[in-house]
Design a protein around this ligand. Structure first.
Ligand code: HEM
Length: 132
């Protein structure tokens, strides 16, 4: 029987770029998320991808290149729970298809926490009484 090929963990900037590039390829092929990025927000990918390399490098490798505040950029988007569930499913599958190890687990865990937090804060901003 063939042994499955061992996947590397997320360790280098090249790994971060692979993660981000592969994830946004999936996003751009996704019928739910692609219109949000490409039609609604009209994302300038040449600028967005390097921002996302910086973000994930800061989150996972401890560099401090990302200095932004991501939540406000999401507040006005027409997104709700299904979009965040899809976003997380694509992110998690990207990680699991390319990496394995403690950092890969951490990437999925942190992405899930941030996605749930964004979804909650958007819902709360739209209907502040919902928390009562
Ligand atoms: C429904 C799910 C999501 C959608 C549709 C979405 C969409 C977007 C869009 C349209 C932008 C703006 C790009 C631009 O500046 O042109 C953006 C920026 C960004 N997003 Fe998301 N996003 C989602 C979830 C997330 C999650 C869960 C995270 C973190 C784990 C995240 C992290 C970021 C970051 C760091 C930026 C860059 C903000 C900046 O310019 O400083 N996004 N996103």
């Amino acid at each position: 029987m063939l042994e499955p090929t061992a996947l590397p963990d997320i360790q280098t900037e090249a790994d971060i770029r692979l993660l981000v590039d592969t994830f946004y390829e999936k996003v751009n092929a996704d019928e739910l998320l692609s219109p949000i990025f490409n039609t609604v927000a009209q994302v300038h990918w040449e600028a967005h991808l390097p921002t996302m390399y910086d973000f994930w490098s800061s989150v996972l490798l401890g560099t401090t290149r990302y200095q932004g505040r991501p939540f406000p950029k999401h507040l006005g988007l027409p997104v709700a729970l299904p979009h965040f569930e899809r976003w997380l499913a694509l992110f998690t599958s990207t990680v699991r298809e390319n990496f394995a190890g403690a950092k890969a687990d951490e990437a999925c865990y942190k992405a899930g926490n941030i996605a749930r937090m964004f979804e909650f804060r958007i819902r709360q901003a739209r209907n502040p009484l919902s928390i009562l």
